[in-house]
Design a protein. Structure first.
Length: 229
């Protein structure tokens, strides 16, 4: 079975309030596609992570401690998705990409995880997992329909890109450093660097659009951006 790693932005699973109907729809879609492809989902921290990090920043300045809280939030969101999927998902949240890969190889289950170590994002974790699996595709399910040349909310002349090279994406982001990406970057710099180094076939889609998400996971034509590596 083909390996597909999906980085599911926290804003998709846990926006301001968690919508059980929406989480249930994502789980239902994953249960359908897992009959045809081996799915690994990395869930982001979204609003939950932000809330805890903001509160803790006023109590403590240690960035690693704040990241650890963020990781806890991603794992909480991962557990919510596991609960929604039920028995077609592995019942626990792996804590490293090697653990996730091992579980995926040995069990016919959807593997759902969150962050791993302080200092990076769940997009990075997804790219890292895709890099150690054989012939994996990577899907970044985020909250925009396409990658744009600039922030479309701020610039009327922003162009939507249905296809672009990874080098162009890095250029749009302003580099591959953790802090180089603008706040609206759909994929952070270190994740882009991994995609480039391992030549991981990558797509960016709106994770709230179930039809699009299902199509891209199954390798069918989809609405979104294809990143050429
Ligand atoms: P996310 O990757 O979800 O960041 O992790 P995000 O910017 O909130 O992305 P969305 O909104 O979910 O798409 C939340 C926070 O958890 C920490 C970081 O502090 C990150 O900002 N984290 C996450 C880590 O330190 N390591 C990880 O492996 C994952």
């Amino acid at each position: 079975m083909e390996n597909v790693v999906v980085s599911m932005g926290g804003s998709i699973i846990a926006p301001e309030t968690i919508d059980p109907v929406h989480v249930g729809a994502i789980a239902g879609m994953l249960k359908r596609v897992c009959e045809q492809v081996k799915v690994y989902v990395i869930v982001g921290g979204g609003r939950t992570a932000r809330k805890y990090i903001d509160a803790a920043r006023e109590l403590c300045a240690d960035e690693a401690a704040l990241d650890t809280l963020g990781i806890c939030a991603t794992r909480l969101n991962a557990m919510l998705l596991i609960t929604a999927i039920g028995e077609k998902a592995f019942s626990q949240v792996p804590e490293s990409v090697s653990e996730a890969a091992g579980i995926g190889r040995n069990r016919r289950r959807i593997v759902v995880m969150g962050g791993t170590t302080p200092g990076h994002s769940t997009d990075y974790v997804g790219a890292e997992l895709a890099s150690i699996l054989e012939d994996a595709r990577f899907v970044n399910a985020t909250n925009v329909d396409y990658v744009y040349t600039r922030d479309p909310k701020k610039h009327a002349d922003a162009e939507r890109l249905e296809e672009l090279t990874i080098d162009r994406l890095i250029e749009i982001n302003g580099g591959t450093a953790w802090n180089s990406a603008g706040a609206n970057a759909v994929m952070d710099g270190p994740a882009c660097a991994l995609i480039k180094r391992h030549r991981i076939p990558t797509s960016v889609v709106n994770g709230s659009d179930m039809e699009t998400l299902e199509n891209v996971i199954l390798g069918k034509p989809f609405k979104g951006t294809k990143i050429i590596v």
